[in-house]
Design a protein around this ligand. Structure first.
Ligand SMILES: Cc1cc2nc3c(=O)[nH]c(=O)nc-3n(C[C@H](O)[C@H](O)[C@H](O)COP(=O)(O)O)c2cc1C
Length: 250
């Protein structure tokens, strides 16, 4: 098992995997880490669909074009889940609050599922596995994904996580410097200095993309990321939530 420092500071997304199976005891460790995730109120408003069925992985690949979905050994899909608590509440004759109708209700499920995914990322990395979060499982064809996974009302996909024995060791990507990530005591007020630092970071990313091993490009940070967001503006997540029984009003 890797130590905490190496686990956290050397993690990168891994998208190519060996055919080798992941030992069951490693999966059990990942499951335990996921189960012990901190969640809002200890409500644990998440579920994980654990996929090992190759045919299903291929179907998800066909929808998303994300190759790692079919080559990974195990695919965990992290969902926000108000179905479980609603089932028990109804059985006990309790009134269910309108959590699926409020933005905070939605946010809680997304936070719980995201933190659970991060627990799995860290546990997998510590155990020597490679992992890759796959957001396209939420965005590309959510209705079809919900049908394939047989998701009941109150449950929607937050993100997938491909896991496998690593077949590549990608370079660490340059991240924003500490001064841009951490604001001391209050949000920084020096926009001009921040812009300078952002420009410097943009250049670092550009240089990294131009020189990195395994495929170079002329991408900078800002234009490249904005381009992704332009595509994201076409996603119809509110419609997806409605189809899953959500009706966000406030
Ligand atoms: C919520 C989320 C969704 C992501 N979706 C995808 C995806 O669909 N496909 C992919 O190849 N990588 C995906 N990634 C991985 C990011 O591209 C990656 O984390 C980022 O480029 C930073 O690289 P690093 O993980 O190696 O530090 C996703 C990451 C997160 C956190």
């Amino acid at each position: 098992m890797k130590d905490v420092k190496n686990t956290l500071l050397e993690r990168t997304s891994v998208r190519r995997y060996e055919r080798e199976a992941i030992p069951e005891e490693t999966m059990e460790f990942i499951f335990k880490a996921v189960e012990n995730t901190p969640t809002s109120y200890n409500g644990q408003q998440f579920s994980v669909i654990d996929i090992s069925d190759q045919a299903l992985k291929e179907e998800l690949y066909a929808l998303t074009n994300q190759k790692q979905l079919k080559t990974c050994n195990r695919l965990l899909i992290f969902c926000s889940d108000y179905n479980k608590i609603s089932l028990l509440a109804k059985k006990k004759g309790l009134t269910v609050p309108p959590f699926t109708d409020t933005m905070d209700g939605v946010t809680i499920g997304i936070i719980d599922a995201s933190l659970a995914m991060m627990s799995a990322v860290v546990a997998a990395e510590a155990a020597g596995l490679g992992s890759n979060c796959v957001g396209y499982l939420r965005t590309v064809d959510p209705a079809k994904v919900a049908e394939l996974l047989k998701l009941p009302k109150g449950v929607f996909v937050v993100c997938g996580l491909a896991l496998g024995v690593p077949r590549e060791h990608p370079d660490l990507k340059p991240k924003q410097p500490t001064s841009l990530v951490f604001h001391k005591n209050h949000y920084r007020q020096d926009d001009d200095k921040m812009i300078e630092e952002l420009e410097a970071y943009d250049e670092v990313v550009k240089h990294y993309n131009a020189t990195r091993s395994g495929g170079t490009s002329t991408n900078d940070w800002v234009a490249h990321i904005l381009d992704y967001y332009y595509h994201a503006m076409d996603y119809r997540i509110l419609d997806y939530l409605k189809a899953q029984g959500y009706d966000v009003k406030r």
